[in-house]
Design a protein around this ligand. Structure first.
Ligand code: ASP
Length: 350
């Protein structure tokens, strides 16, 4: 049986949205693109997709990324290659934001680069579940409009973050899951892997592999229009049960952006879901006027960090230029760049 979405189904669910050939979305978007190439990426040049927004109204821009969190000291975390990849992603993001690219474009491009690297627990490098196959989750959100899209438990989409963007831009919905969700998204142009098993990295020695430079990834950006965006992508927690979905595709648990702040999380997703963690941080900033760092530390350390078996971290930026990293303990791989600050990559030690 064909797994492609049938035309009548697409017509009913996606009234008014024209389908594009399968595979067109990801073409040209798999590596860190040159600025000009990225601006013309099929992900944003499809007739039905909004035109890319280039804006140079303000001189200020920020990009912060994370490559996951391990929670305890580990000699192999993070390995040199992941650090270097993070630095290159920040370099690229700086060029793009300086040239006026949208926060959304830069967040998505940053995450695509992590996904395609095979060096993080996202896209190609995703952990397998306990049944021995890979299920990926991702989400994206634009702060100025609240537009968001997400995918969960995807088994054959090459770039989950591009699929999440597709949900946001090409459907009236927010979250697509499982095989039926994949069928719809492939019908809309998401790139399907012909042989997922051979694409995802084999986990030959699971215990030895654990924490070996592999973490969930996320990005938050402020563009020169003053718009914030956030995104997160993962293969989920190590040794998860088949069908388990964590926080990464849940708007307000992991990814969140509004007009003031943009956030992305990593860690034990169940706790972030139960606490609606990133939404809680943003709400404290909005309603209680709590400084971003204080709100983040309260939710991450005092609420999430005190629960048994809980651990995790967030990256956050604000429209007024704050950059915040908060974690329950050692090991958040993170980096940032601004109009004034060269790319900086570090591991958070407390
Ligand atoms: N938060 C992710 C999840 O729960 C995993 C991680 O960040 O390590 O799926």
């Amino acid at each position: 049986m064909s797994r492609r979405t049938s035309a009548p189904l697409a017509a009913v669910i996606l009234a008014g949205i024209s389908l594009t050939p399968a595979g067109s979305l990801a073409a040209g978007a798999s590596a860190l693109p040159a600025p000009a190439a990225a601006a013309a990426s099929p992900a944003t040049s499809s007739p039905a997709a909004p035109a890319p927004t280039f804006c140079t109204a303000s001189g200020r821009y920020t990009l912060a990324v994370h490559g996951g969190y391990v929670g305890e000291a580990h000699p192999d975390w993070p390995d040199t290659a992941v650090r270097e990849l993070t630095r290159r992603i920040l370099e690229h993001g700086r060029e793009r934001l300086a040239a006026g690219a949208s926060a959304l474009d830069v967040v998505v491009e940053s995450i695509v680069a992590f996904e395609d690297s095979g060096q993080t627990d996202s896209g190609k490098g995703s952990f397998q579940n306990l049944a021995g196959f890979t299920e990926t989750d991702a989400s994206v959100m634009v702060g100025s409009t609240g537009r968001s899209g997400a995918v969960a438990a995807m088994q054959r989409l090459k770039n989950p973050i591009l699929a999440a963007r597709l949900v946001m831009e090409r459907t009236p919905h927010v979250l697509f899951v499982g095989p039926a969700g994949e069928d719809t998204l492939v019908g809309l142009g998401a790139q399907a892997l012909p042989d997922p098993k051979s694409y995802y990295r084999p986990v030959a020695e699971p215990e030895a592999d654990k924490n070996k430079g592999h973490g969930t990834v996320g990005a938050v950006a402020l563009d020169r229009c003053g718009v914030l965006a956030a995104g997160t992508s993962t293969g989920g927690t190590y040794g998860k049960l088949p069908g388990r979905v964590g926080d990464s595709p849940i708007i307000g648990a992991s990814t969140f952006a509004n007009e003031q702040v943009a956030l992305s999380s990593t860690g034990a997703g169940e706790f972030f879901i139960k606490r609606a963690a990133t939404r809680d941080i943003a709400t404290r900033v909005a309603y209680l006027h709590t400084p971003l760092k204080q709100a983040a530390d309260y939710v991450i350390r005092d609420l999430i960090g005190t629960a048994d078996h809980s651990r995790g971290a967030i990256i956050a930026i604000s429209r007024d230029g704050q950059i915040v990293f908060s974690s329950t303990g050692y090991g958040l791989l993170h980096g940032y760049v601004t109009e004034k600050q060269a790319p900086t990559v570090a591991v958070k030690v407390e």
